[in-house]
Design a protein around this ligand. Sequence first.
Ligand code: HEM
Length: 429
Amino acid sequence: MRWAALHGLPRAFLSLRARHGEPMATLTLGRDDSAGRLRRIEEIRAAGPLAQTPAVLVSADHEICRTVLRDNDFVVANPAETGLPDVLARIVRRLDPELPNPVEAPSMLMTDPPEHTGYRKMVARSFTPRAIATLDARIDELTLELLDGLDGRREVDLVGDYAAQVPAAVISDLLGVPPTERPRILRWGNTIAPLLDIGISWAAFRGAMEELRDVEAYMQDHFRRLRAEGSDGTPFSTMAIEGGLTDRVLRANATLLVGAGVETTVNLIGNGIVALMNHPDQLALLRDDPGLWPSAIEEMLRFDSPVQMTARQASRDTEIAGVPIAQGTAVVLLLGGANRDPKVFDHPDRFDITRPNAREHLAFGSGIHVCLGAALARNEAVTALRALFDRYPDLQLRGAPEHRGLVNLNGYRRLTARLEQEAVTRTAS
Ligand code: HEM
């Protein structure tokens, strides 16, 4: 029932619209490859800064996306629920309300003030500069351990063996989950990620719901254990012990950290590897001047954004850029499209790590929901990518990168690579 309301019916409707050539429908269904996705976004941009579709308004305009994200007249909306008829939305909200779903309240991502303010303030204690400095030291250590593990291997998967391992370990540390549970964290993230898309298959939806039940059971035990054993010193465990948030809110936000912290950062690192392999001139600039790494990460976030879209809903009759917007209207904000807005970024399709204003991207959102983990994600990416290219200057990708096939969380499932030039030469001869 829930799948039918959230995915089955919208899929049928979108398929019909896609057959009539509506670019937003085709984009939403994820039928394009990366180049096709970018073309589709340009078709939407060409339809105007705020394009009307049968179900929602949609924008790839930087100014409009930023304005909506910062405007109190707009409240959160799950992209997967936007445009649902009221009756279906009501049914959806009544089903499975207890599961710690990162894309449903009380996850802070899906909560408006005043609740949002309180949840965010509590969870933000895990992201103070001091907490991040502690995690940074772990990222350095971990990256070296992971690279040592790759040494001597002829062929590796840079996503599974490396890019995903970094954020999974960081989130485990942050939540006080033991390292032995990292594969579980990775499985959760991977299975739950499709929930941000619309029209996913029944199998994918059922898999995600089963995984959320596992998360629920695990987190219940985890917080019970933390309370029995006392704080392990991590801000999150202290918060769980001292209280301040109910268990349901804690579980939802811990699950959000798994989804938001792992499934995005793995994409940033993977997309960054592909961008640099496709632009050897930019990689050469980094070899000459490693001080460029932070700005290279901003350009990666802009050029191939790990989170492609979000949505908001008008909480009252309002207007945006002179367009009247009725209460309840959903607006889909194409962050990846805003990041290629030619009004803000010169030659937006060019990957240029020296771009002076790359940091104006909206890859981390904006306004009150702006990414809580942005500083952490930036540090993870700089450390992981720099260490990888320093250790293996002759790294080569083998075969075509395999995309995850998701629409919103944009990144690679698998990047097969040869680490040493010598090994490549030997195989070729
Ligand atoms: C490259 C990596 C990342 C990207 C691209 C990214 C992107 C985003 C975006 C676009 C939003 C805002 C969504 C909206 O307004 O609807 C967001 C929110 C959030 N992100 Fe990230 N994120 C990343 C990494 C992380 C990490 C590492 C963490 C935590 C460990 C994290 C935790 C969060 C949380 C908790 C929120 C919700 C904030 C709120 O609702 O107030 N993210 N992220």
